[in-house]
Write a protein that binds this ligand. Sequence first.
Ligand code: HEC
Ligand code: HEC
Length: 195
Amino acid sequence: MRLSMKRCLGIALAVNIGLTACNVPAFAQGIEDKVAVCAGCHGADGKPIDKTYPVIWGQQLGYIYIQLRDFKRGDRKNDFMQPMVAQMERDDMLAIAEYFSKKPWPDLGQPRAPKDVAARAVRANGSIGCTGCHLDQFQGDGTVPRLAGQSREYLAKATSDFRTHTRGNNPGMSDLMNATDLDDLTALSDYLAGL
Ligand code: HEC
Ligand code: HEC
């Protein structure tokens, strides 16, 4: 039997049963409810509240999903993020990834790298081929993240975490970062932040 919404809400209030009994899961579990908590750190306008926190607005869908999955599996560790995803199912993660991937990338207003730093970064990219995967203009695609305009401090942290294996969810990136000169990587972080 399906009650009319009005009648069901009336009964729910009278006998104090949950509103979900009214067959309105979307009401209690809408995507806006699921993502509300994220704004506390990643920013209500897409600009993270701390420079070491990453931009997730406008990030690639597949990449966001993989990170949420890896935090849940414990392949990527972080004291803030692991509790966030502990109760999430695959469908939640996909819906959340889609939601954020459709948001506009925020302008963090970071300065362009000085000429000599940019030249070093471009040279390093030329020999290592970061853009072979991160694509032209470092926009990323699918499971490869956008790097252009990401927070400088976060980029430096991610680079360092890959090198030390503090971030162990992609051994290929760790190998590559360790095979690259640290000054080149610093130049790349400065350059990418200012793109
Ligand atoms: C208490 C602060 C906090 C909250 C709340 C939070 N995050 Fe995060 N998030 C972080 C931090 C810090 C990192 C970076 C972790 C690291 O350095 O490895 C991060 C990383 C991420 C990443 C990886 C991004 C990348 O570029 O690799 C994704 C995706 C993400 N968060 C999504 C979410 C979503 C979705 C929510 C809400 C369900 C959320 N976060 C809530 C702090 C938070
Ligand atoms: C063979 C392909 C490939 C190459 C080459 C490559 N990357 Fe990546 N990179 C990836 C993938 C895939 C990821 C996502 C890893 C994951 O799922 O955690 C990534 C992640 C990153 C991240 C973390 C971004 C974030 O939001 O946390 C940074 C920073 C990065 N790469 C920088 C670089 C730089 C700088 C170079 C060149 C020196 C480079 N990458 C070359 C494939 C590549």
